[in-house]
Structure formats: structure tokens, C-alpha cells
Design a protein around this ligand. Structure first.
Ligand code: DAU
Length: 335
């Protein structure tokens, strides 16, 4: 049975805000409380369309703050936990916030969920916890070998969510999703970052040889998978979420340039990301066995996404302005 009252952490971020809109559209008889700290990556603007909906309430706060969490948990049937520090490059520069939010914040939520006996708790983890996979596809039983501070923090939260199921019976379900694309992603990530660079005729900095492989999942499919898991996922289980769209980074950069009518002379090979995972790839047969299949057509949707960022230049510029120091530091020797 689907929960009626949801607590969505990180609901003003990328996947979270898309999920909130998706849920309100799909489920008339529902209510959502969004808890979001509004760090550099989150914004109430991302909740466009949902922010005035009477079924949706927004609370600015930190998942590490037990009092705020308890007040919201007391009213919730189920939790979808997106809130996290998510950018690998930032975790390489400074890991503390990742450990605090992604591990300790998850623990605070789990403690509160345990006390308030919620009916469901979806913990949104990542395919990065498996580490790089040079061949084959990782099943949920594959060893966890995270190789950067971000993915190590996510692995900590992921296993803590499982520990709360095994130890205390909190009905946690863990998703390990692939690289997600779509509107409202903070423009530090490959797709929106490269679009914002290309529209200004600035070079696209490909780390290393640009031949690393990521699997691309449209955000609507990511949201649909979480919906299926809230309805019929098995507590204590992990589910991979991907759509079999493997692309090299250089291919992604070429699609972006092609869609925007820009020259490939904008491609630049720059100093690599330390510990850069070469490839991620997921076996999703477990999720398929619940009846879920991705619906988005990659070629059409990636181009629609590129056009969305090109059209929302003000949104991008405003988001970028919140992180001037970061971009200067990250790309100083990669320009
Ligand atoms: O795989 C799921 C993960 O995907 C999520 O858990 C993370 O939160 C999300 O950030 C993403 O991680 P990646 O490190 O794969 O995403 P990012 O967009 O940072 O980079 C995608 C690829 O593009 C990666 O191989 C690094 C490369 N890249 C990225 C940037 C920002 C470049 O070559 N140049 C760049 O400037």
C-alpha cells in the first residue's frame, strides 16, 4: 500500500524536487513535507509548481537536527531520504560535510524513524558504492568498494540504513541509482555544467582521456522506481536503478555540442579527477522483477534536458553564482 503522508528530505535538490512534483501529480490524496537545508545545491525555486500546492509544506532545516527531524517524522507514514552532499569533486577537496550529512544525518533520520515507527524508509544511495567496474554489471550482492570520500560516505549511510533494518526492524529499502539527468540539477555535474560552458562558448573540461563510462538514467524513471519500491519493495533489500544507457563522457560532451550547434573545438582534455572511477554499470534484474522498466528514450530526453538548461540560463547563472570559489579552485589548473 502506498503511504499517504511522506517526508522527503533534500526535496529542494535535483532528484528530490523532481520527485516531489512527480508524487503530487501521481497521487491526488497525499501530503508531502519537504525538509531541506538549502545548501548551495538546493533552492525553493527548484520546487516550482509544487511550492504553492496546499498538499506540500516546506521546512528549511538540517537532517542532522534531531528536533526538526522528530517534529516532521511524527507526522509521516514514510520517508524518502535524498538529502546528501553529492558532488565527488567537492568531496575530494573537503570531505567533512559529506561525512556529517551523508553518514551522521542518515543516522539521525534512522533513529527518529525507529522511534516514530514509520511504515517505510527509502534510502537513496548510489551505484558509486560498488566502486569502479571495468567489466560486467554489479548485482546488489557485489562487494562495496567505494573509492572517493563521497562514495565512502554514501556507503556508510547505505549500510547504516541496512543495520537499522537488521537490528531494530526499521523497514528500510535502499536504492543504488545510476547517473541521473533531467531539469534542475545543480550545474556542477557533467550535463548542466557542460551546457552552461558551451552556451558561453567556453571549453568543456573532460577529465583524463574522457573515456570513462557512466550509465544515464532520466530523473522521471528514477522517481518511478522509488514509487514502485514504496509500493512493493521488500524492507531490508537493496535495489539497483539504471536504464542501460552506457556512454563515455566524451560522447556526452559531443551530444551537448551537437544539440547546441557548437564546434567540437570546445572539447578540452584536462587534469584527471584523483581516484576517478572508470566505469559504473548495474544489473537491475531485481527491480525488473517488481515490474519496473525505464520509460524515457535516452536520445530524445538527453537532448530535451540540454535544451532545458540552454533555455534556463538565468537559473543556471544564479546557481553558479552561489559557488564562485568552488569553481575557481576546482578548475584553476583545468581551464
Ligand atoms: O553514479 C551516480 C552518481 O553520479 C551520484 O551518486 C553522484 O551524486 C553524482 O554526482 C554522479 O557522480 P559522477 O562523479 O559520475 O558525476 P559528475 O557529473 O561529477 O561526473 C560525470 C563524469 O564526468 C565523471 O566521469 C567525471 C566527468 N567529468 C565531470 C565534470 C564535472 C568531467 O570529465 N569533467 C567535469 O568537469
Amino acid at each position: 500500500m502506498l503511504p499517504k503522508k511522506l517526508l522527503v528530505t533534500g526535496g529542494a535538490g535535483f532528484i528530490g524536487s523532481n520527485f516531489v512534483r512527480f508524487w503530487l501529480e501521481q497521487h491526488e490524496d497525499c501530503s508531502i513535507a519537504v525538509l531541506d537545508k538549502l545548501t548551495y545545491a538546493g533552492s525553493v525555486e527548484n520546487l516550482e509548481g509544487a511550492e504553492k500546492d496546499p498538499r506540500c509544506t516546506f521546512v528549511q532545516g538540517d537532517v542532522c537536527d534531531r528536533d526538526v527531524v522528530d517534529a516532521l517524522m511524527a507526522e509521516a507514514d514514510a520517508v524518502v531520504h535524498f538529502a546528501a552532499e553529492t558532488h565527488v569533486d567537492r568531496s575530494i577537496l573537503a570531505a567533512g560535510d559529506f561525512i556529517q550529512t551523508d553518514v551522521f544525518g542518515t543516522f539521525v533520520l534512522l533513529e527518529s524513524a525507529r522511534e516514530h515507527r514509520v511504515d517505510g524508509f527509502v534510502h537513496v544511495s548510489t551505484d558509486e558504492v560498488y566502486g569502479e567496474l571495468l567489466e560486467g554489471w554489479a548485482k546488489e550482492t557485489a562487494p562495496l568498494m567505494p573509492r572517493n570520500p563521497y562514495s565512502a560516505s554514501k556507503a556508510g549511510g547505505d549500510r547504516m540504513a541496512y543495520a537499522f533494518f537488521a537490528t531494530y526492524g526499521v523497514p528500510t529499502i535502499i536504492t543504488r541509482g545510476a547517473n541521473t539527468y533531467g531539469p534542475y540539477q545543480y550545474p556542477e555535474k557533467l550535463v548542466p555544467f557542460f551546457v552552461t560552458r558551451a552556451v558561453r562558448d567556453e571549453p568543456l573540461p573532460l577529465y583524463g582521456d574522457g573515456r570513462q563510462v557512466r550509465e544515464w538514467l532520466h530523473v522521471s524513471d528514477h522517481c518511478g522506481a522509488i514509487e514502485v519500491l514504496l509500493e512493493r519493495g521488500e524492507p531490508g533489500q537493496v535495489y539497483n536503478v539504471a536504464a542501460s544507457n552506457e556512454r563515455r563522457n566524451i560522447e556526452m560532451a559531443r551530444i551537448i555540442l551537437d544539440e547546441l550547434g557548437k564546434s567540437e573545438s570546445l572539447l578540452r582534455f584536462v587534469k584527471d579527477r584523483p581516484g576517478h572511477d572508470r566505469r559504473y554499470a548495474l544489473d537491475c534484474s531485481k527491480l525488473h522483477s517488481l515490474g519496473w522498466r525505464p520509460k524515457a528514450d535516452f536520445d530524445a530526453e538527453i537532448r530535451a534536458t540540454i535544451r532545458w538548461y540552454a533555455k534556463h540560463r538565468d537559473w543556471c547563472e544564479c546557481a553558479l553564482a552561489r559557488s564562485k570559489a568552488y569553481f575557481e579552485e576546482q578548475y584553476a589548473d583545468r581551464a
